[in-house]
Design a protein around this ligand. Structure first.
Ligand code: ADP
Ligand code: ASP
Ligand code: MG
Length: 385
């Protein structure tokens, strides 16, 4: 029986007709090697941002159900075009939406979680010798409502399908795998041949958009090895797999410029309830000795932050000029060396350290948003080399 591979191509890989044709050729070449293929696609280029901007021109707080109906259109365009491109090359293909693919989610519109995959229709099409193209980033709830999985969610679609089909999982992007920092911010960043799922999950959660955090979590839970590769070159990519790394070494540095800090004098319960009722997920929560709480919230999936601000309970202030820089590695807390080096880099750059958090796997500095990129470069130079 032929092996199945799930390949995912992101927005930049399908941003115009020429690129879609190139992806089709790549898929055909793999098919000619005898593989069965399921190909997950994202929306073309900046389509999702453009659809979001349309929604926000209509409403400051668009109903999430309708937002999902709108945003899922982006991936439907790509899936149909790629299927046409394959058929044009003489390859039998069929495209499916998330719902047709059997991706069942909870009903948290705009940030749904996959709860089950029923790949019957995909298996049937594979059995008929077709390449199956799946619209990423979307599913359907048990109430038959169309949902989206949060920004960057096509990665999660790919991992979930790979798990359900016992298939290999390859995520293609505009970079040749996972680097020790975003190569757009740190040009000297090095490609990693492999990284542990735990380290990758920390990087993704702290802002490395090269892989979606939920996708990495899913892969870790299901024991799926993700292979991150380049769409455009024949590089070796990065395998996200459990391999003992060097303890105490920083493997990667990443940053997140789009976060809000909620500073609470006293108990944070009312704030946490408000965030929960708006389906806003905090990234971290820390207390200081004077009884204040700092709740960090990435804004990527918060579609009406100003509406949230207007509803804040008394005693909560928004710190909206913050960003975070995170160093990731295994056993970072073994001695205080990484911590001391990181602080001395921040001090030398006059970067304020508004808050810090550390664990065995990561060290995060909360600083001014405007300094996030330069602190990333500084920490990369000092700790990765
Ligand atoms: P896609 O559209 O294929 O999903 P993304 O734009 O979501 O691709 O992710 C790829 C981008 O992630 C790269 O262009 C790069 O700028 C960024 N990136 C951030 N951190 C890293 C990292 N550690 N290694 C590689 N790329 C990274
Ligand atoms: N198109 C969606 C986004 O831009 C999902 C994805 O690209 O994975 O976030
Ligand atoms: Mg992505």
């Amino acid at each position: 029986m032929a092996r199945i591979v799930v390949q995912k191509f992101g927005g930049s890989s399908v941003s115009d007709v020429e690129k879609i044709r190139k992806v089709a050729q790549r898929v055909k070449a793999r098919r000619d090697e005898g593989w069965e293929l399921v190909v997950v696609v994202s929306a073309m280029g900046d389509t999702t941002d453009e659809l979001l901007s349309l929604a926000k021109q209509i409403s400051a707080d668009p109903p999430r159900r309708e937002l999902d109906m709108l945003l899922t259109c982006g991936e439907r365009i790509s899936m149909a075009l790629l299927s046409m491109a394959l058929q044009d090359l003489g390859v039998a293909a069929i495209s499916f939406t998330g719902s047709q693919s059997g991706i069942i989610t909870d009903d948290t519109h705009s940030q749904a979680r996959i709860v089950e995959v029923k790949p019957g229709r995909i298996e049937e099409a594979l059995g008929q010798g077709k390449v199956v193209i799946v619209a990423g980033y979307q599913g359907v709830s048990r109430n038959k409502e169309v949902t989206t999985l949060g920004r960057g969610g096509s990665d999660t679609s790919a991992v979930a399908l790979a798990a359900a089909l016992h298939a290999d999982c390859e995520i293609y992007s505009d970079v040749d795998g996972i680097y020790s920092a975003d190569p757009r911010i740190v040009p000297s960043a090095k490609k990693l041949d492999s990284i542990s799922p735990e380290e990758m999950q920390e990087l993704a959660t702290a802002g490395a958009k090269v892989l979606n955090a939920q996708a990495v979590e899913f892969a870790r839970e299901q024991g799926i090895v993700i292979h991150a590769k380049s769409t455009h070159s024949a590089g070796t990519g990065t395998r996200i797999e459990a391999k003992p790394g060097e303890l105490g070494r920083v493997r990667g540095v990443t940053c997140e410029a789009d976060v809000w800090g909620f500073c609470v004098a006293g108990a944070p319960d009312a704030l946490l309830e408000l965030l929960d009722s708006h389906q806003v997920k905090p990234r971290s929560l820390s207390f200081d000795a004077s009884g204040r709480t700092l709740v960090l919230v990435p804004l990527q999936d918060v579609h009406a932050p100003e509406v949230l601000r207007a509803k804040l309970p008394p005693g909560v202030t928004v710190l909206d000029e913050l960003g975070t820089v995170t160093c990731v590695g295994t056993g970072l807390h073994a001695d205080g060396l990484v911590l001391r080096k990181a602080l001395s880099v921040a001090h030398a750059m006059n970067a304020p350290v508004t808050a810090m958090a550390s664990s065995a796997l990561q060290l995060t500095i909360v600083t001014s948003r405007s300094l996030v990129k330069s602190l990333t470069k500084g920490l990369h130079e000092a700790l990765v080399g």
